[in-house]
Design a protein around this ligand. Sequence first.
Ligand SMILES: Nc1nc(=O)c2c([nH]1)NC[C@@H]1CN(c3ccc(C(=O)N[C@@H](CCC(=O)O)C(=O)O)cc3)C=[N+]21
Length: 285
Amino acid sequence: MATIIDGKALAKKVNAQTQERVAKLKKQNITPGIAVVLAGDDPASLIYTRNKHKKAIKLGINSILKKFPADVSQEELLAEIDRLNNDDSIDAILVQQPLPAQIDPETITSAILPEKDVDGLNPLNLGKLYANQRGNYPVACTPRGIMRMLTEYGVDLEGQNAVIVGRSILVGKPLLALLNNANATVTMAGSKAVNLPSLTQNADILIVATGTPSLIKQTDVKPGAVVIDVGINRLSNGKLVGDVDFENVKKSAKAITPVPGGVGPMTIATLMEQTVDLAQWRHHG
Ligand SMILES: Nc1nc(=O)c2c([nH]1)NC[C@@H]1CN(c3ccc(C(=O)N[C@@H](CCC(=O)O)C(=O)O)cc3)C=[N+]21
């Protein structure tokens, strides 16, 4: 039976560290601040942004939520980002995805000041990550949280076969760079992969981020593999499941993340951690 990678417990530990760092910064009259920009009324996005706001307040981080109607124009959003870029009380800007169809996500992420880009999606930060540059720059929170989980659970990456299923800019692409920078042999597959099981069966570390419930079955996974499930799917019966058939895969995997209680809580904890990083870097370099 696999070790269950407890994202909730690890998130608690990370949050406790963040809370202490916030307290220290406050003694220097610095209060980290995050702004979350939400366009439209997608119910899942509303829940996430509310959870982020609550967590920030709990840790002593200032948090503001800027809500726009679904028919907001790109100019209005860009004007808001410009205001937040120039607001000295804001260290971190997150524009919740997905955005309404009339908004070009690349234009938005490119407009966020790289120093305040808590999602790590600005091309400058993504480029630094791909170039494996040293120094301080933000990295997408879900991938960074996953790397933290792998480290905390002692998962060896060097020379190992890591397979990522899903190619999104928020998860797959940054993970590709992070795992590559950690000297893993990385394969990235999308939905067009000709023989997906032949790829996933080769993975020592399998990371799945597609949004397809039960895409990955026990027979798709090498016995002894470490499985990270990034999927969050709400079934019609209200149940929340990932992209991996958890109950069966856990029988032969070495370690696996549950949904809920795995990658999700670590994403929020990493978002808070990186907000404090950005505040520190901006004030102290
Ligand atoms: N610009 C941007 N940055 C993001 O980081 C971003 C985004 N847009 N858009 C949507 C996705 C999704 N996301 C989640 C964060 C936490 C949970 C989370 O805490 N999940 C809980 C369960 C929550 C529930 O019950 O619904 C868990 O897995 O245990 C889930 C999903 C961040 N995202």
